[in-house]
Ligand binder design. Structure first.
Ligand code: HEM
Ligand code: CU
Length: 666
């Protein structure tokens, strides 16, 4: 009846996950009870859960990412403590538990922190920058988000029911095959990623279509803000790469569930096939994450330098070059696995070539700053911190892309330092910069900048104190994923790294404090202009937060300089229009499709993990039926009458006009 599920699935003998699980459960129940008692449930349901508004969905993505950052972060803290104390001792974590932690940490950080963070920011901002009302497929957008949430939920469920994979974040066979991992850990891993992967693919298709098809009048490709370009590049990579991940995981699952032999060592299976496939997805994946961050830095650097982006066209070219080349270097992840010197050399050189367009970007940012009037606001600090940090990460990348060097550094702590260097210093700093920069757009008030700056400095310093020692330990021969060790020379570096982790944690706490303090002082921090940073692209041309329909009129972009002119023009247009003629606006209706569909996907995923076949069928039918019902609906849009649009827009214009004339600028 319940497949493999019985009481032994709950780890009664392990206090750490049990206590953590209990705390989280009490927390969730507490929030839920508060929501119900205060009567917020209808509001949440109508305004958020069923919302198909790209801005709301973007915010929910970012919320999911932030919560998961705390989860993935606590795993990181546990690992750093373990490696600090596990010198000539077992440490405080049993080995199999440690293995689960590093696997869950990597999986969560990539799939449920970095991905939803950048997808959330793209969702929130790109339609605004393009001057349009929504993404191409609003309901699908909601489905995409909720499927991502399903994946996150399943991963966290493994904390208390069953176990998580002990195979690392990419679940290499043969370790992930049934004979070496007979438990449900790998199944949790694979089904969570299958389900959230579908969500990501859907989001990717949506954003590609939005950028290609839905630009406002006059917004031709070479007038799009840089963030829209990097969004396009990143989502093209999603559309091309995620099906590979889906297929690879499907094959692994066939091996595990039905005794196929795609990747086994016997019966004709081939492990190298897995390596090729997973990295054909995995290498583009790191650019899926970092390209949107590049876009954010471009926007932030030009806004806070008070100058148009230097070398806009070369930036576009560099972005698309990275997009293409990143698909041709996957083999550098297994130089050591016997492809031979010729193949290694080709892929080594191809990998290093990516440094060229990346360098172009760095120079363009520097030249944008050069001669500008730089304002060191928090988003700008993250951007400058990024430039310094990312150069180090890129250089160490070029180093490991030299095959002979990689034979020494592969799977060492040096590698761990490299990819954290680029992912934290690139993607996470970018996410934070975007968060600080666009927060006032999403919520109508700024974040407290004292706490923001403190958060930056602690995170920045903490990052270096944590990861520079890992480079050293790697060069001293320490391999990755060690539960304990006996080499005295590594010990001091592990201790320093643990101290660094503490500093990093203070940075994260500052950010939480910043959020709390800012929400409490939101009246004082209120921004009525809609343009608190003197921005250069269209998202600043509407009020903050924007009305559901974003723009009362589709902005008309004219002129060659797609940035400053465009905004000045857009502002002028919306401010000077004396008696504009408003029209009815049709907007997509809210829909529970995404949420209901994700509910059934969760049921189905859980049932698949535990081999509860009747429940699998039930979940599958439920999800399918949801789509059928959705496809059959009669009313998919509602009309906002012209008078209502006019009323909303007049209030916004009044606010903006009075403030603009007060400031004496346009
Ligand atoms: C010039 C740019 C870069 C070069 C030449 C480069 C090169 C490499 C190479 C050769 C490896 C494999 C090393 C080994 O397994 O021994 C590697 C690993 C890795 N890189 Fe990079 N990299 C670059 C930029 C980036 C960026 C921008 C990111 C992320 C946003 C990134 C994320 C990673 C990750 C996550 C791994 C480790 C995967 C694993 O084995 O778990 N790299 N890099
Ligand atoms: Cu790579």
């Amino acid at each position: 009846m319940l497949g493999k599920l019985d009481w032994s699935a709950i780890p009664f003998d392990q206090p750490i996950p049990l206590i953590a699980g209990a705390v989280v459960l009490v927390g969730i129940l507490g929030v839920l009870a508060w929501v119900v008692v205060k009567g917020h449930l209808p509001y949440l349901w109508h305004e958020w859960i069923t919302s198909v508004d790209h801005k709301r969905i973007g915010v929910m993505y970012i919320l999911l990412a932030s919560v998961m950052l705390l989860r993935g972060g606590s795993d990181a803290i546990m690992m750093r403590i373990q490696q600090a104390v596990a010198y000539q001792s077992q440490g405080y974590l049993p080995p199999e538990h440690y293995n689960q932690i590093f696997s869950a940490h990597g999986t969560i950080m990539i799939f449920f922190v970095a991905m939803p963070f950048v997808i959330g920011l793209m969702n929130l901002i790109v339609p605004l920058q393009l001057g349009v009302r929504d993404v191409a497929f609003p309901t699908l957008n909601s489905v995409g988000f909720w499927l991502t949430a399903t994946g996150a939920l399943l991963v966290n469920l493994s904390l208390v029911i069953g176990e998580f994979a002990r195979t690392g974040w990419l679940a290499f066979p043969p370790l992930s095959e049934l004979s070496y991992s007979p438990g449900v850990g790998v199944d949790y891993y694979a089904w969570s990623l299958q389900i959230s992967g579908v969500g990501t693919l859907v989001a990717g298709i949506n954003l590609v279509t939005t950028v290609l098809k839905l630009r406002t009048k006059g917004m031709n490709y070479l007038r799009m803000p840089m963030f829209c370009w990097t969004t396009l590049a990143s989502n093209l990579l999603i559309v091309a790469a995620f099906p590979i991940l889906t297929a690879t995981l499907a094959m692994l699952l066939l091996d595990r569930y039905l005794g196929f032999h795609f990747f086994t060592n016997e019966a004709g299976g081939n492990v190298m096939m897995f390596m090729n496939l997973i990295w054909a997805w995995g290498h583009p994946e790191v650019y899926i994450l970092v390209l949107p961050a590049f876009g954010i830095f471009s926007e932030v650097v030009s806004t806070f330098s008070g100058k148009a982006l230097f070398g806009y066209r070369s930036m576009v070219l560099a972005t698309m070059a990275i997009c293409v080349i990143s698909f041709m270097v996957w083999l550098h992840h297994f130089f050591t696995m016997g492809a031979g010197p010729d193949v290694n050399a080709i892929f080594g050189i191809a990998s290093m070539i990516i440094a060229i367009p990346t360098g172009v970007k760095i120079y363009n940012w520097l030249f944008t700053m050069y001669g500008g009037r730089i304002r060191f606001e928090t988003p700008m600090l993250w951007s400058i911190g990024f430039m310094v940090t990312f150069i180090i990460g890129g250089l160490t990348g070029v180093l490991v892309a030299v095959p002979p060097a990689d034979f020494i550094l592969h799977n060492s702590m040096f590698l761990v330092a490299h990819f954290h260097n680029v992912i934290i210093g690139g993607v996470l700093f970018g996410a934070f910069a975007g968060f600080e920069y666009w927060f006032p757009k999403a919520f109508g008030f700024r974040l407290n900048d004292r706490w923001g700056k403190l958060a930056f400095w602690f995170t920045f310093l903490g990052f270096y104190v944590t990861f520079i020692p890992l480079y050293v330990a790697g060069m001293l021969g320490m391999t990755r994923r060690m539960q304990h060790y006996d080499v005295a020379a590594w010990r001091p570096w592990m201790l320093v790294a643990a101290v660094g982790m503490a500093v990093l944690t203070i940075g994260v706490i500052c950010q939480i404090v910043q959020l709390v303090v800012s929400i409490r002082n939101r009246e004082a921090l209120r921004d009525r202009t809609g343009d608190p940073w003197d921005g250069r692209s269209l998202e600043w041309a509407t009020s903050s937060p924007p009305p559901v329909f974003n723009f009362a009129f589709n902005p008309d972009v004219r002129g060659e300089d797609a940035y400053w002119d465009m905004k000045a023009h857009a502002k002028q247009q919306s401010l000077d229009h004396d008696a504009p003629e408003y029209h009815d606006i049709e907007m997509p209706r809210n829909s529970p499709t995404g949420f209901v569909c994700a509910f059934f996907a969760t049921v189905m995923g859980f049932a698949l993990i535990w081999h509860i076949w009747w429940m699998v069928i039930l979940g599958g039918i439920g999800a399918f039926a949801t789509f059928v019902v959705f496809a059959w609906r009669d009313h998919d849009e509602y009309v906002i009458p012209a008078e209502e649009v006019a009323a909303i827009d007049r209030v916004n214009l009044e606010e903006r006009r009075s403030l603009v004339s007060m400031a004496g600028t346009v």
